[in-house]
Design a protein around this ligand. Sequence first.
Ligand code: CP
Length: 322
Amino acid sequence: MSQDSKVLSVDHLLGIKGLLQEDLHLIFETAKEFKQVINRPIKKVPTLRDITIGNLFFENSTRTKLSFELAEKRLSADVINFSAGSSSVKKGETLIDTVNNILAMKVDIIVMRHPNPGAALFLSKKVDSCIVNAGDGTHEHPTQALLDSYSLMEQLGDLKGKKILITGDIKHSRVALSNIHCLQLLGAKVKVCGPPTLIPKNIESLGVEVEFDFKKALAWCDVVNMLRIQLERQTNPLFPSLRDYQMQYGLTMNHLNDLNKKITIMHPGPINRGVEISSEIADSDQSIILDQVENGVAVRMAVLYLLAGKLKNKYNGDEAHF
Ligand code: CP
């Protein structure tokens, strides 16, 4: 890799908040090189063969879990996987005890998904390991935002001044918060749209605009990122019915046909087809949903490579040469 002399400003990836614009560009430049690697017949490099990574998932995942595991294996790291449902967490073991037991087995990096906001930050202060946040409750999902912006830059080039609309359950979405921070750091304009009950009351303080009328919001944007309704995080119903929601905020081909421009369609997954997005649109040539998934592996390889570089500097007290 040609990025050896550059380093991230952080020792953990806990969120997009706290990263510098230079960090984003370093991650994207590195991911671009790894994307070439994973598209070669031999998709593997020996870069992290002396690093052991533990994937700790306390909450369900398909894309993020598999994408991290594949990224780690493509980098030749040793990998262990932990799912809370089949672990001694069920017997009452705390997060700190669980992680310290895993670290006692000489694990270098912990990738963690957890239902509680702040869990990754908490862990980073309590244990001596590099922590990567793979989604902490309704707080942040930094690698999702990184792969989203990377995918958009592949489509649109520089995101400065680009108009990005995020529609759906903003209130419960870690993807929305991380995307807002990431896109703004890259100079994009961000608007959020959804029912008032699913938009946090003070969200304008983050520098985003709010539009409740979905058609008006679509007319404004270059890109729309459609988010899922997170029913699992709603204690009380926040809209009359899924059918009502779909009629007001579900993206259909009629919406696209009414626009006099071609917008880019994104979705972080998992998709609820026929609710927030129609199948026809999800599978259309305007959708970059599977590009996002492909880029997730390259972006996660970049994040792990750059964090492991810092870790090796710490171990060696010297520049790392992989
Ligand atoms: N986008 C995303 O985080 O998907 P998973 O929940 O399947 O990991």
